[in-house]
Ligand binder design. Structure first.
Ligand SMILES: Nc1ncnc2c1ncn2[C@@H]1O[C@H](COP(=O)(O)OP(=O)(O)OP(=O)(O)O)[C@@H](O)[C@H]1O
Length: 246
């Protein structure tokens, strides 16, 4: 079943075309990696899917209600020096949350604790967000999106500035969540990511889609291959725009 169907989509900022004739179908249960060079249009594509921007040409059809889509943005607007706990960060994402004068309801807190448990961070509920590692903090942001009970989760570079061990932990968590939730993740950590993804969309103004089912995915994540080399290792070709002759 298609959850998202993008047809002939184009988008420009101030007449500069960033996405051109994009076609993509995202199926229920997919784990889609969106990769591509800096400025290639990946974040813009996520924002269009989330209706944070409107396409100038083409269409995006969704078979689920808007509230079924959870979003973990690239730069969470949160000052990590602000003295807020992991639990409070998660509570901010609880859709039914009605902030009371003296705190949140028991149900809100139970729901937030459940989300923290899902990401393995329950024991850090009372820790200040600034005292957590990058990987732990990211898991808290994922818990915040989980609190709204999404069927699809879109994440924009969830492992930026996290070490390889932390990256793997985040992707392993996403793979576990993928048992019930469709995952769409923008990332530059492709050597790690491709070991978890079921399909990959390479975005550089245009979009090239590869299904990764039935492909040997034992990619050595200690090697830092470029996107074209990786896709080529998977037996695919890409038009990524690097100087590799494709
Ligand atoms: N609000 C904006 N106004 C004008 N131009 C923008 C705006 N947002 C992004 N752009 C431009 O659109 C292009 C695509 O940006 P986008 O953030 O979608 O790329 P990206 O693939 O996510 O990049 P990165 O990997 O660096 O995060 C870039 O050239 C960027 O400078």
């Amino acid at each position: 079943m298609n959850i998202i169907k993008i047809k002939d989509l184009s988008f420009s900022y101030d007449k500069v075309n960033v996405l051109e004739n994009i076609n993509l179908e995202i199926k229920k249960g997919d784990f889609l990696a969106i990769i591509g060079p800096n400025g290639g249009g990946k974040s813009t594509l996520l924002k269009l899917i989330l209706k944070l921007k409107e396409p100038q040409k083409g269409s995006i059809e969704k078979s689920l209600k808007e509230e079924s889509f959870g979003y973990v943005p690239q730069n969470t607007n949160l000052n990590i020096d602000f003295p807020i706990t992991a639990l409070e960060v998660v509570l901010m994402g609880h859709i039914g949350s009605k902030r009371k004068l003296f705190g949140y309801s028991k149900e809100d807190i139970a729901c937030a604790m459940k989300s923290l448990e899902q990401v393995g961070m329950q024991e850090f509920a009372k820790s200040k967000i600034g005292n957590l590692s990058g990987g732990q903090r990211q898991r808290v942001f994922i818990a915040r999106a989980l609190c709204a009970n999404p069927q699809v989760m879109l994440l924009d570079e969830p492992t930026a500035s996290i070490d390889v061990k932390g990256q793997k932990e985040v992707y392993e968590l996403l793979a576990k969540l993928n048992e019930n939730i469709t995952i769409v993740v923008v990332s530059h950590d492709i050597s790690v990511l491709l070991n978890y993804a079921k399909s990959v969309a390479h975005v550089n103004k245009n979009l090239v889609y590869h299904k990764l089912d039935n492909v040997e995915k034992n990619i050595d994540d200690s090697e830092h291959l470029c996107e074209v080399e990786l896709l080529s290792a998977l037996g695919k070709k890409s038009s990524c725009g690097c100087n590799h002759g494709y």
